[in-house]
Design a protein around this ligand. Structure first.
Ligand code: TYM
Length: 361
């Protein structure tokens, strides 16, 4: 049986170790698997605009995410690399699927409830940025900048926050993908995708496959400051893939650890050290119980110092590759043009079938 893979990330901040370990690492492994037929990896820009963002820097954010994908090893010979909004069929299929998605299915989703609270509490993470151009009045510049920052009040409970998972279902079903490598926070969305897909099949005839999530160790990397919360793109609680060696060493040194002295995996009693053990193990390939044995009798300080070098050692070649791709924008532009063209062909073919089945043609 061949596998069709789709996954994506919101370009709404710097990607971090959680994004890499929870998702991109598995994208790379699956891209090389023998039964993989197609892989599509997207910068989901239409999802990113559902929360406050800065239009002036948005294209740069999208570009940054795509550079991270390439530097991590997404291979454009084997995978398509796309910007969601450049394949307009995503948005169209979302509308079609929304006609069979009860609002109740969306309202109960934990991610929606979480986002509602986050957006309500959010102060935009982008603010007055950049230096004042020569000859320009500071206040005038500040006012112009402020007007590009969208008022957070306009984001409090928009339709798109609720409809978000329908667009995600459309992303996946548009390509009839059957395997979606993600972190475990996305599992309710995959479940919804299957509910919507099977409802469509029931109403209009067999069209969409059952979608399986692909989740591996590292599917939930926690914040370094508060290990009871997920590492996230906003805030300074994570290690960005582009952090410098000194920033990484500092962040790991300051990471919250637990009472006691033992280096032991126990998520309930020792969430801090367990999270660090997961990061160490998934990046180095060493099993957690081996790490526990290796560090028996050693201090948190020794363990953190070694972990910092593992992270720095992993990110150094990543950042070198990233800098090479960043210095060659024509290559990325070419990859995107080719990938998006191929994606649109598959998308148009599947959408034509869906139109037919729904009686729109
Ligand atoms: P996003 O952008 O929040 O996160 C991108 C991917 O990274 C995973 N992830 C984590 N994994 C482990 N530990 C963490 N702390 C952590 N934080 C994030 C996420 O689980 C995700 O796999 N809705 C999606 C984007 C999306 C999508 C799709 C994904 C849109 N359409 C279709 C798959 C298929 C999202 O917001 O991911």
């Amino acid at each position: 049986m061949t596998t069709r893979i789709f996954s994506g990330m919101r370009p709404s901040g710097k990607l971090h170790l959680g994004n890499y370990l929870g998702a991109i690492k598995n994208w790379i492994a699956l891209q090389d698997a023998p039964d993989t037929a197609t892989c599509i990896f997207a910068a989901v820009d239409l999802h990113a605009i559902t929360t406050p963002y800065d239009p002036a820097t948005f294209q740069k954010n999208i570009n940054d995410v795509l550079l991270d994908y390439l530097a991590a090893g997404v291979d454009p010979k084997r995978s398509l690399l796309i910007r969601q909004s450049r394949v307009p069929q995503h948005a169209e299929l979302m509308w079609l699927l929304s006609t069979i998605t009860p609002v109740g299915w969306l309202e109960r989703l934990p991610n929606y409830r979480e986002k509602l609270t986050q957006v309500a509490e959010m102060t935009p993470s982008f603010g007055f940025s950049g230096s004042v151009p020569p000859g320009k009045d500071v206040m005038q510049h500040a006012r112009e900048q402020a007007s590009t920052i969208l008022d957070k009040k306009s984001y409090q409970n928009n339709l798109s926050l609720l409809a978000y998972p329908v667009l995600m279902a459309a992303d996946i079903l548009l390509y009839k993908a059957d395997l979606v490598p993600v972190g475990d926070d996305q599992l309710p969305h995959i479940e919804l995708t299957n509910e919507v897909g099977s409802k469509f099949n029931h109403l209009f005839g067999e069209t969409f496959p059952n979608v399986r999530p692909f989740v591996a160790p590292g599917a939930r990397i926690m914040s370094l400051q508060d290990p009871t919360k997920k590492m996230s793109k906003t805030g300074d609680d994570g290690i960005a893939l582009t952090d410098s060696p000194d920033e990484i060493r500092g962040k790991i040194k300051r990471a919250t650890t637990d009472s006691g002295r033992e280096i032991m995996f126990n998520e309930t009693d020792k969430p801090g050290i367990s999270n660090l053990l997961t990061i160490f193990s998934t990046l180095s390939g060493a099993a957690i119980d081996k790490l526990e044995r290796d560090y028996a009798g050693k201090s948190y300080g020794d363990f953190k110092a070694d972990l910092a070098e593992v992270v720095v050692g992993f990110l150094e070649p990543f950042q070198r590759r990233r800098a090479e791709f960043a210095a060659d924008p024509a290559t990325l532009a070419h990859i995107l043009t080719e990938s998006e063209e191929k994606a649109r062909i598959v998308a148009a073919e599947h959408l034509a079938e869906i139109h037919q089945k729904m009686g729109l043609r």
